[in-house]
Design a protein around this ligand. Sequence first.
Ligand code: NAD
Ligand code: 6OD
Length: 487
Amino acid sequence: MTGSKLLQNYVNGEFVRGPREFADINPADGSVIVEVSEADESLVNQAVESARRALNGDWGKLTIPARAAVLHKIAGGIEKRFEDFVQAEVADTGKPVSLASKIDIPRGAANFRIFADLVKSAGLEAFRTETQDNVSALNYSVRKPLGVVGIITPWNLPLLLLTWKTAPALACGNCVVVKPSEETPATATLLAEVMQSTGVPPGVFNVVHGFGSGSAGEFLTSHADVNAVTFTGESKTGSAIMRAVAPTVKPISFELGGKNAAIVFADCDFDETINGLADAVFLNTGQVCLCAERVYVERPMFERFVSALKQKAEGLVLGWPTDDKTTTGPLISKEHRAKVLCYYDLAKKEGATILAGGGTPIFGDARDDGFYIQPTILTGLAESARCVKEEIFGPVCHVAPFDKEEEAIAKANDTKYGLAASVWTTNLKRGHRVAEKLHVGITWVNCWFLRDLRTPFGGAGLSGIGREGGMHSLNFYSELNNICIKL
Ligand code: NAD
Ligand code: 6OD
């Protein structure tokens, strides 16, 4: 990427062009940041072939400590170019520089360090078998790579989500072909530069740029020589990828959409809850899959709660992403803003009261050519309203009152999704009780997006298939071979 006007694909350790180009747009002002080279089917095939060669070559022969050392070097390479990564992520996504510096880029490096350490300390299962006719055997399992792993990622946390999958895949000895989102190709390309400069062997890590259907995404997921596919993105894209992998029966891991609920009890710590939920609704302009779009508040606190959340929404600073004071950047694209605005209009038609926001801001400068939108709070909708049922993926929530604990749990669970939830109460007994009844993959009590990378991460229902994180990642990215030795 450096010194080049074109973001290129990274195949077999080299930066290469595909036959076509597309524009990488800055969502803060709609300008073109750089042109990106799109990989065609032949380039995707070359990437998969080079990954296979690396797997059969020196990379496949490395010991676990040697692989872990490579992962630590990659983390060091990201840390050395921290500012380049921050700038690239901010330009591509429009997220505030404070967020990219605090969350996205540090996590990009941490993912490599955590999985490097974990793979070194991971134990193996062993069982001693004694049969009724006095035969004894020792069973133990060995962990082997799956092979070539296809990794498809979205635009909301580009480096964080790409490394969340790449790091454990490499830790387990696989080689990867990654397809970052067409909206945010820059940090994947920078990561390729880090791979090259830290001496990661050619073919171990490949980047192909492009789109989904009829482009690099589909070429990769339907490739017969890709052994597994791991994907983060929309649920309907997950369905398309399931169809693409079906003929060759590959293992899949899917982290998909959500329509997450927060349940606020009247006995919560009010300030902690308001601060926590302002993040849970508005962080990254609401473009985190874990964001709360449905907030249920115990009736005695309802009026006080909505008025404090409205104050929070109206206090957000919609500014240039590079400005330290900015809390809220634009949405990712013109198309995504049009989609979120459709939901704002629909909410009005469905009878919502718009307590805050509801439209687009006007700046009187180049930001008017960007994709900013007002943080928005809705009340008064029926639980069956589309705005309460469908994932919007913007800075918006619907707040509704409830009277009984069971009613809040039933409403929170009344969704086809099942990614995350949060419960806000000072009664810990209630916190445990309610958390266990929620049909989701992750429940936070009195916090939100507090992550320990060793814990299982994933969703139920339309929110995904499988779990990654800690040993769950190592298990997904490995083939276990049980060896049974007669004693
Ligand atoms: P998306 O599904 O549109 O795109 C994600 C990736 O899939 C992109 O790289 C895209 O090019 C690729 N793609 C699209 N169609 C494809 C196809 N047919 N075959 C192969 N690849 C294809 O999602 P998005 O708009 O980039 O991201 C937002 C969505 O992601 C939201 O629904 C959000 O909830 C979800 N998300 C989920 C998690 C999670 O951990 N559960 C995390 C982040 C985002
Ligand atoms: O923190 C993570 O590991 C993770 N996968 C976060 C996902 C956020 C969704 O937008």
